[in-house]
Design a protein around this ligand. Structure first.
Ligand SMILES: Nc1ncnc2c1ncn2[C@@H]1O[C@H](COP(=O)(O)OP(=O)(O)OP(=O)(O)O)[C@@H](O)[C@H]1O
Ligand SMILES: [Mg+2]
Length: 269
């Protein structure tokens, strides 16, 4: 059996004001796997990814990374911080958090510079990454003035350039056009083929089968209510409806109103 990269045991987290966000999560993620975290709005997907990225720590219970318990105090050690940050990369739900430099080029090389990677190595990786994403023309521009899809590509490039072992993706395809989604999924899958782990939080059920070998569903009680293979979970319409992952859509069709359940992200016709 493959080695666990993350192990969570009875992990709890609440935001200030006692807003519960994760309630007793038990989760094992194997090295090299592709995992999707699904759930309706507010079920704790982003919080879970923030915990995997050690930006939040459980108030109760434990989280281990490669067998080592992640605790806030560990990150006082610059050596540990550097090693963890070079292994785990996070693409945030909101790209604006990730793009804060005067230019796109500076945003992309920010991570590698922080991690002490040599200038020569950075230049080599930069050439490669701008080729993959086809973003050479964006390099001199300020990141905050890009379109949403361009921002997402730059944010992803700024994380992939670190060449992490684990990629945490929070809603990587939200608001993007089909061609860009295709492009991003291909890049993500290629990354996984080199034995790296990919953990994606999404409610885009269309991409789940491609980007994940297993799926964990977060329910309203902010805990994992089901784990399984994508086909198994996606074919259970009743379960998806109960958990607000599909909705009954009614629309007018030549004077007749049709009502049928469908996936959240299907285009309304
Ligand atoms: N910074 C914060 N301060 C207080 N409460 C928060 C904060 N961020 C999230 N929450 C709360 O924690 C819970 C989980 O939020 P989280 O962002 O993890 O959900 P999510 O599944 O990612 O939702 P979405 O699908 O909308 O992205 C929600 O009840 C939310 O209101
Ligand atoms: Mg979220």
């Amino acid at each position: 059996m493959a080695k666990s990269i993350f192990e969570l045991r009875e992990a709890y987290f609440s935001y200030p004001g006692k807003i519960p966000a994760l309630c007793g999560i038990n989760l094992d993620i194997e090295e090299g796997s592709r995992v999707a975290i699904i759930g309706s709005n507010g079920t704790g997907k982003s919080t879970l990814l923030l915990m995997l990225d050690a930006l939040l720590f459980p108030h109760k219970g434990t989280i281990k990374f490669l067998g080592k318990e992640l605790k806030e105090a560990l990150f006082n050690d610059p050596g540990f911080t550097r090693s963890f940050r070079s292994r785990v990369g996070f693409v945030f739900q909101n790209s604006d958090i990730q793009l804060f430099c005067p230019t796109v080029k500076e945003d992309i090389i920010f991570g590698p510079l922080q991690l002490g990677i040599s200038q020569e190595q950075i230049n080599r990786r930069l050439d490669k990454i701008i080729g993959i994403f086809n973003i050479a023309h964006l390099l001199p521009r300020p990141g905050h003035r890009l379109s949403a899809g361009e921002k997402k590509k730059v944010a992803l490039a700024s994380v992939l350039i670190i060449e992490p072992q684990v990629l945490l993706l929070d809603e990587p395809t939200a608001g993007l056009d089909p061609q860009t989604i295709r492009n991003i999924i291909d890049i993500i899958l290629e990354f996984n083929q080199t034995g790296k782990t990919i953990i994606t939080a999404t409610h885009d059920l269309h991409i789940v089968e491609e980007i994940a070998g297993s799926v964990h569903i977060l329910g309203r009680d902010k805990n994992i209510i089901r784990t399984g293979a994508p086909v198994q979970i996606l074919s259970d319409q009743d379960f998806l409806r109960e958990n607000n992952l599909t909705h009954i859509h009614s629309h007018r069709h030549q004077d007749t109103i049709h009502t049928h359940p469908h996936l959240h992200t299907e285009h309304h016709h």
